[in-house]
Design a binder for this molecule. Structure first.
Ligand SMILES: Cc1cc2nc3c(=O)[nH]c(=O)nc-3n(C[C@H](O)[C@H](O)[C@H](O)COP(=O)(O)OP(=O)(O)OC[C@H]3O[C@@H](n4cnc5c(N)ncnc54)[C@H](O)[C@@H]3O)c2cc1C
Length: 469
């Protein structure tokens, strides 16, 4: 079946695709969104199991960017929340950032060794590597007992082969508040002895979970009458006819559009427009959405709990009620366990359902869950492409993919977490899309350097071409 021709085709209905669609449709442009999933929202959609709401990836907006803040509050009224994070380390739970009153809980040999690292001179460091970047900032002890095992478990990749951009965008971003950011072991220890009050505020929708925001954004786009949405499909072939593209989808639809904006998996696009494969790797994640009675869960509770042990399945627990009461019916304390998996060497993805028991056993052993008897249901949600992996050759791979795409046509643009192959948060995808809409509608010369805006190294001989949108 043939669609009428569109001004723009956007691949991917996540935060980047939907924000761009909102701006383009509001300007009267005709937009088609092609999405491989059966509903919009991307990593940011939420699930509602009879009133028990579970988010997928994102749980809260955190931005001080007035442009993004204005956009978010224009779309939906938001609830302001604080933050609470725990780290499970050496069989105990610690507040994060650490509080000095809890120092006594740390094994003394660790604190002493970590302090000695400060005075030891470090030689021959390669600061493009994750390993040496972290060793310089936090010392060998903390690298070996915390950062390395956690990173290898989380990324399912050798920490020795990870680029320092993972540290500068990923890890630094978990310590969101600039006032408590520890850029060296000295800062960290200073922060421990003189803790500052942290009062960062985050935004969360008042109903429908985090994904409620993107459901609303999608409705706004649809209400313009300028949006067509093609779910459960993807582009199988594309041809550049000079002033327009013609494409067919896996579902057999024929499409025509002037400009393509790609927010989906970059390997898919590179395969569509060229015949070279690039070493662009993404991580998969299985989310175990657990419906549990309140009394089944111990008091180690927070929005997020990081599991530092390298040999555990779960890397993080998310407790839905800590974000908003509307997500969790009275008498329940629902939580999500995240298990990441490699795409190239999958160990868990194909047998995700069978992992429910070991995951719950781990929650008991780590003294999060009192008893499995209080668990009423576990919904298993395997999601692909949750994070790009910055191995040490990723910039060359990304640069190669960009050159292939641009060689095919200058009217194809990359955007968002997967398309721009950049670890980000949803506020960042929103900001990229708002800037990109300005460029498409008003100012073709506009440059927005998303990597500098968000963190990570900017200068890059291999992929400079697409460092700006
Ligand atoms: C576990 C986790 C926790 C997170 N926590 C937070 C948080 O607390 N706060 C926050 O702001 N952000 C958080 N994030 C990040 C947030 O999810 C992303 O920043 C945001 O979803 C990126 O939006 P996007 O539109 O760029 O990409 P995505 O959300 O990934 O959307 C891309 C879309 O493209 C589709 N697609 C891919 N390939 C194709 C194809 N070939 N054809 C058709 N469709 C395709 C996908 O199905 C998807 O719908 C978290 C992410 C994860 C994984």
């Amino acid at each position: 079946m043939k669609f009428q021709s569109h001004d723009f085709c956007i691949v991917g209905a996540g935060p980047a695709g939907l924000t761009l669609a909102q701006r383009l449709t509001a300007a009267g442009k005709s937009v088609l969104i092609v999405e491989r999933n059966d509903r919009p929202g991307g990593l940011s959609k939420s699930y509602d199991y009879d009133g028990h709401i579970f988010d997928t990836g994102p749980k809260r907006f955190h931005t001080d960017d007035p442009i993004v803040k204005d956009f978010i509050t224009e779309v939906l009224a938001m609830h302001e929340i604080g933050r609470s994070t725990l780290v499970h380390f050496a069989d105990r739970y610690f507040n994060w950032p650490l509080k000095s009153s809890e120092l006594w809980k740390m094994p003394p040999q660790i604190s002493v060794r970590a302090a000695l690292d400060m005075v030891r001179k470090k030689k021959d460091l390669d600061l493009t590597t994750f390993r040496d970047y972290i060793r310089l900032q936090y010392g060998d002890t903390l690298y070996n007992i915390f950062f390395k095992p956690y990173t290898q478990k989380f990324l399912r990749w050798s920490a020795d082969d990870i680029h320092s951009d993972w540290a500068s965008t990923g890890i630094n971003r978990t310590v969101i508040d600039e006032r408590v950011k520890a850029n060296s072991l000295f800062d960290l220890l200073k922060g421990l002895t003189l803790p500052k009050k942290i009062d960062t505020k985050f935004l969360y929708p008042m109903e429908g979970g985090f994904g409620g925001f993107f459901d609303r954004l999608f409705d706004i786009c649809e209400s313009t009458g300028c949006l067509d949405f093609l779910p459960s499909d993807s582009i199988a072939a594309i041809e550049d006819k000079g002033d327009a593209f013609q494409a067919t989808t896996r579902g057999g639809r024929e499409l025509a559009f002037e400009t393509l904006i790609w927010t989906g998996n970059l390997n898919d696009l590179a395969a569509l427009v060229g015949d070279e494969a690039f070493e662009l790797k993404y991580l998969n994640t299985i989310f175990f959405n657990v419906i549990a009675r309140e009394e089944a869960v111990r008091n180690n509770r927070a929005q997020w709990i990081y599991m530092s042990r390298g040999d555990s399945l779960v890397s993080r627990i998310t407790c839905m009620r800590e974000f908003h009461g509307s997500t969790t019916p009275a008498g329940y304390y629902n939580f999500i366990c995240e298990v990441t998996d490699s795409q190239s060497e999958p160990r868990f993805f194909d047998k995700a359902q069978g992992l429910t028991d070991p995951v719950l056993a781990e929650m008991e052993a780590m003294k999060f869950l009192k008893s499995r008897r209080g668990v009423e249901a576990v919904h298993v949600n395997p999601v692909v492409d949750t994070y790009p992996i910055y191995h040490r050759r990723y910039k060359q791979a990304f640069g190669g993919a960009v050159r292939t795409v641009k060689g095919f046509s200058r009217r194809v643009h990359l955007l968002g977490r997967s398309g721009a192959y950049w670890y980000n948060n949803s506020d960042h995808s929103i900001r990229m899309a708002l800037d990109f809409a300005e460029k498409l509608l008003r100012d073709p010369e506009r440059h927005f350097d998303h990597r500098q805006y968000f963190g990570g190294s900017v200068k890059d001989e291999h992929s400079d071409e697409h460092l700006t949108t």
